[in-house]
Design a protein. Structure first.
Length: 411
């Protein structure tokens, strides 16, 4: 098989990140476990983070969905304003999202190659890798995966098609992404019955009207069919109910099909470019364990909020460097304690805040959280702690809409 070559091509041995447990999040519906949760959000460069995960997770991940930068050479912004007119983008309040800019194609291809190699090592025998790209780089990635996983292990080239406006006037509108699917080994998980869809109404009518339809072969019309390798799902548009404001957010139905088809309850699902957090959200909803990595705080914060709104099982958050907190200074937000309730007294209301009732100075055990509603309404101004937990040194963390983090300790 042909291979792709570029200047400096060589698989490196990246130094592993120093992963530090920052916090454990217990949502109101999840209870209070005695150990570090299996579900993990990790902030840092995913190359170093994956290297750090190898000792524990090499050969143990059942499904990887990777949605890396597409080689667009663009800077993407996140919407952080609320109550804005979606028809007036010039008036939106924006913050940095992520950067997809490269010096040259070689730099991008090498970026992808190094990370795909570690994903293959993390993948279990019989596991499946979905790599989500578009026309900018999918041809390069196909050759990289043929080399790293073997062309014989290619399963599908899935086309995700969607509608939307386009600035192109000299060619057909580009309205699809490409998802390359490879298995590790000859036996892989594929739950056909979990992803069946109804037959087209015209197909049902045709079989009902003629015994000759299908050349005498009648499918199980009630059971439905396994989807083709082209999928139509609408994008998460500006007015979509799932919209978080994080750029290039993928729809939940897309990840649901991937996760139901290629994993089983209890399996580990890994997303090394988690962005808005759709993969861990859907994985948790369907009883899978998740590992999710991103390089930016905004991505992990967006993911955390989505998990909490959904009442996720407990999850841990890891950093590769200390969180940037404004601690024990005149804070942007102030709080007062009243019995087991904590109320915000500052006129500036945070976008998110949480309480650790027994702060040990090391790991933040978030026992109660106030999450800003996704569409309308304000964050709760008071929280009640679990009644069965003692209260000693209280630590409160808050996050502003612009991403500033404040930590307040009350003796």
């Amino acid at each position: 098989m042909p291979t792709l070559n570029w200047d400096g091509k060589k698989l490196a041995a990246p130094p592993p990140a120093n992963l530090k447990l920052d916090s454990i999040i217990y949502s109101a519906a999840s209870g209070w476990p005695d150990s570090i949760p299996e579900n993990k959000l990790l902030m840092g460069d995913n190359l170093a983070v994956m290297a750090a995960l190898l000792p524990e997770y090499e050969g143990r991940v059942h499904l990887i969905y990777a949605d890396p930068p597409f080689f667009t050479n663009r800077h993407f912004t996140a919407r952080i304003g609320r109550g804005e007119d979606s028809r007036k983008p010039r008036e939106w309040q924006l913050a940095a999202g992520y950067t997809d800019e490269w010096d040259n194609p070689d730099a991008y291809i090498d970026f992808l190659y190094q990370r795909l190699a570690l994903m293959v090592r993390l993948l279990a025998e019989g596991g499946t890798l979905y790599l989500h790209l578009d026309w900018h780089a999918d041809a390069y990635a196909r050759l990289l995966l043929d080399e790293l996983m073997g062309a014989e292990n290619f399963l599908n080239e899935i086309i995700w098609t969607y509608h939307g406006p386009s600035p192109i006037r000299s060619a057909f509108n580009r309205k699809h992404d490409t998802i390359l699917v490879y298995a590790k080994g000859s036996k892989h998980t594929f739950n056909a019955d979990a992803v069946r869809v109804p037959y087209n109404e015209m197909t049902v009518k045709t079989f009902a009207s003629s015994k000759k339809a299908g050349f005498g072969k009648v499918p199980d019309l009630k059971r439905g069919k396994v989807p083709e390798d082209w999928w139509y799902f609408p994008v998460v548009a500006r007015l979509h109910s799932e919209r978080t404001g994080y750029p290039t957010q993928k729809p939940e139905v897309l990840l649901e099909r991937v996760i139901l088809a290629s994993s089983n309850p209890g399996d580990i699902v890994f997303d090394p470019f988690c962005g808005s957090g759709t993969t861990p959200l859907v994985a948790a909803r369907h009883g899978r364990r998740f590992l999710a990595v991103d390089a930016t705080f905004r991505a992990l914060h967006t993911t955390r909020e989505r998990l909490l709104r959904a009442g996720s099982a407990p999850f841990a958050m890891f950093n590769t460097e200390p969180a940037k907190l404004i601690e024990n200074q005149p804070p942007a937000f102030t709080f007062e304690r009243c019995l087991s309730e904590f109320k915000i007294t500052s006129p500036e209301i945070p976008a998110y805040w949480e309480i650790d009732p027994n702060w040990d100075g090391q790991v933040f055990h978030s026992a109660a959280q106030a999450v800003q509603p996704l569409r309308a309404g304000e964050v709760l101004l008071s929280l009640r702690l679990p009644e069965d937990k003692p209260v000693s040194q209280v630590c409160i963390r808050a996050v502003s809409s612009t991403g500033e983090q404040v930590q307040i300790i009350q003796e």
